[in-house]
Ligand binder design. Structure first.
Ligand code: UDP
Length: 245
């Protein structure tokens, strides 16, 4: 397997699971978890890593779940995308309270609450040392925020996609249901596809693979994990575009 992960990534696209933002809260966002994540993100930005964030919305709404209860799927997905804007605004606020400049750019136009997403706008903010939150998913129904994260990672030229989620890496099966599941510290996108591992959805995986962007999957609950990844540490699982040797 060829090593494509940069030792110290210059620009990271960080995907935060919306569902994980629930933390210990019954609904919405766990304020302590949000504050701790904002501290890690701000410390990382201060240390010189450029950071673009895509935050999910599963802590508030998911279109597919609403559709299963009879709602029109497109309307459900619009609600899901709006949920991602709520999360992004909360993170912007948490970062700014720490003195870290941040901007929300939304794929859905709502310029009374945040800027519209343009690639040029995102790149300009990153060059100014601002953390950018790329909200509203891809702006299209029937996609996920994992796909949005992969798409934006390619667009802004991230050299690493980091997925911070409920589990600490990639396993052969769901470790909560299968305690004997095998942990994969390193794997290729092709193998993840072949073994149908729950890494990201197909669109997201293929976009990263075909554009040569490595993915690190790690726990959202582990303090300072992001700082360690930005410093080049090998934590969680790494998915690489290269072929297996
Ligand atoms: N969504 C969408 N298009 C996108 C991204 C997201 O329609 O490009 C909607 C979809 O309904 C999804 C919801 O927004 O279920 C929340 O995103 P996601 O489920 O990916 O969040 P996470 O799993 O990270 O909590």
């Amino acid at each position: 397997m060829t090593d494509t992960a940069p030792s110290r990534p210059r620009r990271i696209l960080l995907k935060l699971s919306g569902e994980a933002l629930l933390g210990g809260a019954e609904c919405g966002i766990d304020a302590d978890l949000l504050a701790r994540l904002a501290e890690d993100i701000a410390a990382c930005a201060r240390a010189g890593t450029e950071l673009a964030l895509v935050i999910g919305g599963g802590n508030i709404f998911r279109g597919a779940k609403l559709a299963a209860r009879g709602m029109d799927r497109v309307t459900g997905d619009h609600i899901g995308m709006l949920a991602t804007v709520i999360n992004a605004l909360a993170m912007q606020d948490a970062l700014e309270r720490l003195g870290q400049p941040a901007r929300v750019l939304s794929a859905l136009a709502m310029n009374q609450v945040c800027e519209d997403y343009t690639r040029r706008g995102a790149l300009a903010h990153l060059a100014q040392g601002r953390v950018v939150m790329l909200a509203g998913g891809t702006g299209n129904p029937f996609f996920t925020t994992d796909s949005a994260a992969s798409l934006r990672a390619v667009e802004v030229g991230a050299d690493l996609l980091v997925k911070a989620t409920m589990v600490d890496g990639i396993y052969s099966a769901d470790p909560k249901l299968h305690p004997d599941a095998v942990f994969y510290p390193r794997i290729t996108y092709d193998r993840a596809l072949r073994e149908r591992l729950a890494v990201m959805d197909l669109t997201a995986i293929v976009l990263c693979r075909d554009n040569g962007i490595p993915l690190r999957v790690m726990s959202i609950f582990e303090p300072e994990a992001l700082l360690r990844v930005a410093a080049g540490e090998d934590i969680g699982s790494l998915v690489e575009p290269g072929t297996e040797s």
